[in-house]
Design a protein around this ligand. Structure first.
Ligand SMILES: *Cc1c(COP(=O)(O)O)cnc(C)c1O
Length: 475
């Protein structure tokens, strides 16, 4: 029988959508009793999903049951409040709920005239994020997948603007034969910056590197001496939130030096830019809002479901020139910004809806409470680890990151790795690994919306007892 209006959704499909919700809710409700690491490795997971496509398909109920059942042991519990790895967010359930609606609505969110609701909601999310982060209200912005892409889009906007200033139209004529762009970045810029420079055709190897201090911050004198001989188009890339230390480049000192050379200043603020939402902490990133462009993740500290980030460009025209699918010179169909003009994708999901829902739900006070809680918890964790003989905290706590190592001398790397391995294997909390300042470190990132003081107390207990066990074994 052909589908009729009454059965636009077949009973089996309604059941599958309900089943999916149940899978999601059951998973989240059971998070507390699961070990945090995945219980099977990559090869075993592949083996489990190695059944070939059938000719006739399978009932939806069975497909979803397999996804949840066979997939279960290969899940890493990133949404747990005791997941402290990699600076990730824990996908706030209200954002997940909005994401489900986003998928169901199937709005290809490119032009305001065609999908007015989802474009309006994304633009509202942009407005709210700019206000919270203290960025210019009339900046151009795009909702992209992550800070890697946000950095890439910003570098493309910058590339066009600085070359226009030198009489070159990169959007029309490309990079061959263009005046050289000098790119200046810190020695400890995130690897995503190298990727952005590669994608934008600027190359990762020709960057002028600026020395960094013990916290990974650019040294002002080094920046000034790198900048001094440069002339012509210049792109300066600064960082708000070093991935190991959480440190901020000294924007208030660096940006005026860059300005004096007519440079474009971009800030990679993947997670750290959220500190600027806190009036009492904003001094840590003073001057950050005077840059030309910013990349900020929504899926890290805002806890939007993956994947979600924002690129923000002060001069909207530069962003549109670089991104617009209809060409920079065509008038916009309406007075409201079209996503197609500010991101790489043409067909795209309404990725910003989940962030809008989280912001509406938490309110500005709720967002600030979360960020200030994480910063306070990071300071407390650092003080507790410092108090344990043999553990050394390497960073000043300026955000939500704690970097430390265990032991000393030639055994230090091995002991640090042994502590991390023991903590992760017990599975109750999950910090992650890093390599910084010439050795192995354990990195604690506090960014889960639901992380409590009891969760971070457990983290400290687990690390302390693992370290004591490692020492007992060595002696
Ligand atoms: C996480 C991070 C990135 C990359 O962001 P994605 O969202 O993973 O693409 C870039 N820069 C910094 C400082 C980061 O912390």
């Amino acid at each position: 029988m052909a589908p009729t209006i009454e059965n636009m959704l077949l009973p089996e499909e309604v059941a599958a959508m309900r089943q999916a919700l149940e899978i999601g809710i059951t998973y989240r409700e059971g998070l507390d009793s699961r070990p945090i690491p995945a219980q099977i490795g990559a090869e075993e997971a592949h083996r489990r999903f190695d059944h070939a496509l059938t000719e006739d398909g399978r009932p939806a109920e069975k497909v979803l049951a397999d996804l949840a059942g066979i997939g279960d042991e290969g899940l890493l519990q990133i949404a747990s409040p005791r997941f402290f790895g990699y600076v990730v967010g824990a996908s706030h359930p209200v954002g997940v709920a909005a994401d489900i609606v986003t998928s169901a609505w199937a709005q290809v969110t490119s032009y305001a005239e065609t999908t007015p609701t989802t474009v309006a909601v994304e633009n509202a999310a942009v407005r709210d994020v700019l206000a919270l982060l203290g960025l210019p209200a009339d900046a151009g912005a795009g909702c992209v997948t992550g800070a890697t892409v946000a950095n890439t889009v910003a570098v493309m906007a910058a590339r066009g603007a600085v070359l226009r200033g030198a009489g070159w139209d990169v959007e029309a004529d490309g990079l061959f034969g263009a005046p050289e762009i000098h790119v200046v970045a810190g020695a400890e810029a995130h690897s995503a910056i190298d990727a952005a420079l590669r994608y934008a055709g600027l190359g990762a190897r020709r960057v002028h590197r600026v020395d960094t201090d013990q916290q990974g911050r650019m040294v002002v004198e080094s920046f000034a001496s790198v900048m001094a001989p440069l002339s012509g188009p210049i792109l300066v890339i600064l960082q708000a939130g070093h991935v190991n230390s959480g440190a901020f480049d000294p924007f208030a000192e660096l940006i005026p030096i860059a300005r004096a050379k007519g440079a474009w200043v971009h800030v990679d603020g993947a997670f750290g830019l959220w500190v600027n939402a806190m009036p009492e902490l904003a001094a840590r990133c003073e001057g950050v809002a005077t840059a030309d462009s910013w990349a900020v993740d929504l899926h890290k500290w805002l806890n939007a479901p993956y994947d979600s980030a924002m690129v923000v460009v002060r001069d909207r025209a530069s962003l549109v020139s670089a991104m617009s699918a209809k060409g920079a010179y065509l008038p916009e169909a309406s007075n409201v910004p079209d996503p197609a003009d500010t991101v790489l994708e043409l067909s795209r999901r309404a990725r910003g809806l989940s962030s809008w829902a989280i912001l509406q739900h938490l309110g500005s006070a709720g967002v600030r409470e979360m960020i200030s809680r994480h910063c306070r918890q990071a300071a407390w964790v650092a003080s507790q680890l410092e108090a344990e003989p043999g553990l050394t905290v390497l960073n000043e706590i300026t955000a939500n990151q704690v970097a430390f190592h265990a032991g000393s001398g030639g055994d230090r790397d091995a002991q640090t790795a042994a502590v991390l391995h023991a903590v992760q294997a017990r599975g109750r909390v999950y910090p992650s690994h890093g390599n910084w300042r010439g050795g192995e470190i354990i990195r604690v990132s506090i960014s889960g919306h639901r992380t409590t003081d009891a969760d971070v107390a457990l983290l400290v207990d687990e690390i302390r007892s693992a370290w004591r066990a490692v020492q007992a074994e060595a002696s």
